[in-house]
Write a protein that binds this ligand. Structure first.
Ligand SMILES: Nc1nc2c(ncn2[C@@H]2O[C@H](COP(=O)(O)OP(=O)(O)OP(=O)(O)O)[C@@H](O)[C@H]2O)c(=O)[nH]1
Ligand SMILES: [Mg+2]
Length: 228
């Protein structure tokens, strides 16, 4: 009985996620669902990423998901970009319904890449589609290199994993080789980018991946329109 109910909830969620996907495609927006445990560095990554993308003429929009406060969206107000904050109250993840109502307050027509910063949690956010093109997860070196094995779902569902805080590597027992091996044992296709949002090391590889994905999506959409 419980399984059926959960199945129906996920089906209803997926139907809304599909509507969001179509809406974003109509504006040629690439959507990235950014997930990690609390404090891995998602908002700091957004700050570093927006700084680099805006001068390239790539316009960013952000949906900030948090249980409480507008702390993260306040940090991004220094950028001249559309931002919507969702406070989930008690929910430990965003779902498609919450995302849809956030997007009704965000003008996507001038956005190229939409980042949706999910609630800090290494488990639940991975269960819900929210209309994204890619789930991208962040693991910071202070969390431990065995995490892909202990919390496999997010690693399995993600297209890319950012290993953040590599400036702190010397102070931890985190092994980059072990983290890669563990993550690829769960998801062999996972793209992995070690980086530091503090020093900026490795950020270019992440930016390249994202801009390539944006180009790929635009080409795919162009082909589709030509076929019609
Ligand atoms: N040393 C170091 N600290 C970092 C790095 N990136 C982020 N931090 C710090 O990590 C802390 C948490 O960063 P946030 O960006 O708030 O993390 P978050 O994932 O957005 O956190 P939640 O939204 O609460 O889940 C802050 O004190 C950041 O300054 C990094 O590359 N190196
Ligand atoms: Mg944050």
């Amino acid at each position: 009985m419980k399984i059926t109910v959960l199945d129906n909830i996920l089906k209803a969620n997926d139907a809304i996620a599909e509507e969001i996907r179509e809406e974003l495609a109509s504006h040629k927006v690439l959507a990235i669902n950014l997930m990690s445990s609390p404090g891995a560095g998602k908002t700091t990554l957004l700050e570093r990423t927006i700084e680099k993308l805006e001068p390239l003429g790539i316009h960013v929009g952000v949906v900030e998901g948090d249980i409480a406060t507008t702390r993260d969206s306040d940090r991004l107000r220094k950028f001249d970009i559309p931002i919507v904050q969702i406070n989930t109250g008690s929910a430990c993840h965003l779902d498609a319904n919450m995302t849809r109502s956030a997007l009704s307050n965000l003008d996507c027509s001038a956005v190229d890449i939409l980042f949706i910063e999910n609630v800090g949690n290494l488990v639940c956010p991975a269960e819900f589609k929210i209309g994204e093109d890619h789930k991208v997860m962040m693991l910071s070196v202070t969390e431990g290199d065995e995490k892909p094995l202990k919390y496999p779902l997010m690693f399995r569902e993600s297209s890319a994993m950012l290993i953040n805080k590599i400036d702190l590597l010397a102070y931890t027992n985190f092994s980059m080789d072990e983290a890669r091996k563990n993550a690829h044992s769960i998801n062999p296709k996972l793209a992995i980018f070690p980086l530091s949002c503090t020093t900026g090391e490795g950020l270019n590889n992440w930016l390249k991946w994202m801009t390539t994905e944006l180009e790929k999506k635009r080409k795919r959409l162009q082909k589709k329109t030509k076929k019609k």
